[in-house]
Design a protein around this ligand. Sequence first.
Ligand code: NAP
Ligand code: ZN
Length: 369
Amino acid sequence: MEFLFSMPTRIFFGAECIRKNGSAMKAFGKRAMIVTGKHSARACGALDDVQAVLAENGIESVLFDKVENNPSVETVDEAAQLARAEKTEFIIGIGGGSPIDAAKAIAVLAANEDRKALDLFRNDFQKVQPIVAVPTTAGTGSEATPYSVLLRKDMETKVSFGTPQTFPTMAFLDTKYTMSLSENITINTAIDAFTHSLEGYLAKRSTVMSDALALSGIEAFGKCLPHLISFTLDQEDRDNLMYASLIGGMVIAHTGVTIAHGMGYCYTYFHDIPHGKANGLLVREYLKYNAPACEQKIQKVLELLHCNTIDELGAYLELLIGKAPELTEEDVEKYTELTMIQKGSIANTPNPLDKDKIKALWNKMKENR
Ligand code: NAP
Ligand code: ZN
């Protein structure tokens, strides 16, 4: 048995956890930047809670509320300029994965004045301002990972960076913020959380520790699956989804993701399909491809989801997110080339992959819709 396990984020989970524990942010300084998307942080109440706690504790803050879904390097550079001008001491990301990932990048750039966002991918920085994460979706688990996924138009895909320094220092998880999520966003993000635990469980880099977490995350998702399908989620389901998201983050922080994520970026970039849905569309073919390499683990996952076969799980997912988009021969060629960039995901996939096998997977996605 051999593993490294490190979870440096201090996590507060539960109703009103910001109001109850937010004074802990005093340790980070007197000037913060709050990073959000355009509307939802305010609409769900998280921004008000954070601003109230900052004010009570004598912390000044500046708001950057322009993070788009799938944040770009350009947006992160713009926010970092503001953070430097405002002399921030720590960065608070409120939102889904997009603002939280942007907050991580801004926290590095604010601490390293000579760097631009494109330099981040070298992972060669030492200084990072403390990062506080307040998730308002239950999906990415970004509050418990060191990763920041940014859109690079120059590469026509999304690329991530992250070092042990870019784990959020602190995270506040209160499911009341997820009550305002639409049905689609709830489902797409829940599937993202599921695929993190699923891919982490099957990953070559999985360990006995990450497996224990992954199974707990998959079980929590499985408990919600019937209510996700009927969209009748109660408080317990919302708690389970937030928990599954957090656990999924902890899992991939240790195992990394595999080829479902590696391929999913093409659906997001070229078809504007949200991240979690993009991964979910790939699950059926992903599991079939990997079954020869990890049959017992896949059987365990199916048990936890109360499914008998991969096709049965695929049918559930199709009920939730529909069918994959149509692809042309040219799409298959292009997506195969772009998937080849995702070297970490390829190497981490349990059944070995090469270019021909990735192309065959894309062809399956073209045919089986
Ligand atoms: P998101 O892109 O952050 O947000 C999607 C949409 O949900 C936005 O329109 C947002 O509105 C809205 N929204 C957020 N919270 C809401 C709420 N409580 N009520 C109503 N609407 C709300 O979605 P996400 O799926 O959470 O994050 C996806 C991103 O995370 C992708 O870029 C993905 O690559 C990345 N990711 C990162 C990791 C990691 O480890 N770091 C892992 C997986 C995925 P506003 O724009 O108004 O806020
Ligand atoms: Zn993901």
